[in-house]
Design a protein around this ligand. Sequence first.
Ligand code: ADP
Length: 371
Amino acid sequence: MANVRVAVRVRPLSKRETKEGGRIIVEVDGKVAKIRNLKVDNRPDGFGDSREKVVAFGFDYCYWSVNPEDPQYASQDMVFQDLGTEVLSGAAKGYNICLFAYGQTGSGKTYTMLGTPGLFIREEDSAPLPSSCRIKVSFLEIYNERVRDLLKQSDQKKSYTLRVREHPEMGPYVQGEPLWSWRSETKLNSGKCWISNNKWKRQSCPHRQAILENNLPSEIASKINLVDLAGSERADPSYCKDRITEGANINKSLVTLGIVISTLAQNSQAFSSCQSLSSAASDGGDSGIPSSPSGTSSGAGPSRKQSYIPYRDSVLTWLLKDSLGGNSKTIMVATVSPSHTCYSETMSTLRYASNAKHIINKPRVNEDANI
Ligand code: ADP
């Protein structure tokens, strides 16, 4: 079992934030990210309680990418060394890996995944793939609850018709999803993986999927899901009032993702408190955490309650089912602005990310090359 690993990355102040007099309210101290509420600082009655002014959250990684002059500055390369390497080495061992970015629009999700250079970038001058390694790639976009194959050059509208189905053993998949084998075009060099296809850089692409297969000699196959979600502000039910259908569907994905994450987190916490109770009482304990919609069960006490996980309520969560509480090693990168003008969004992203830390997955090495 493995917890979802969570990284937070703070980007530089944008030009607009600087122009608006944005003050830096986020700081990073080792694996702790702290956020300051200036409104508490500035209470007119002067009775601000210093304990309320700063809220601290612990993560697996915290990256301070605000100012390159700063000694603790985390460059794209440093982020790659931690996360990109973890993704690729995990996949090479045969695990399914999911790396997803979460944060408000403009907070640096795309920059981190695909930027200059991103974790997964296109690059021309690289070493050829080792002969034992074959990479198959598919890119999917989930927008408005519909799935589109980004590799299809032709009729854009028609390609929004792919359906998500579920294989009894392999889990959810996109029907008719073509797998592109890019033995010659795809390069692997010092652990970096990149794709020679300009479709990769689409801004509005909330879901990208790559499949890395290593057929020789052990016939291990693994999936890498790279997911660049729609801006987290769209999880707010009041967002997109004017674009009701589109807004509602985007909300549906992100709201459902939020519910799935917090339910899994609660179940995982219930499970761990249940385990410590049961080991103290030596009574055997519960069987584990539900990883599928079948999981409604309850035990003797409130800490044993396991809630239904609504994976199927949105296309996004259904496709990510394995990555959230299932057979996957999952990394979440939460991206935030350092500016006081983004206080609410940053606070909500940090809370969301902090919740995700409690999700426990059950990754296993895939031994079937037909994944
Ligand atoms: P998102 O994908 O979350 O909407 P972007 O990745 O497009 O946000 O980032 C918004 C802007 O901020 C871009 O101009 C990007 O270059 C810049 N940016 C984001 N993160 C960083 C970073 N870590 N360092 C430098 N610039 C960044």
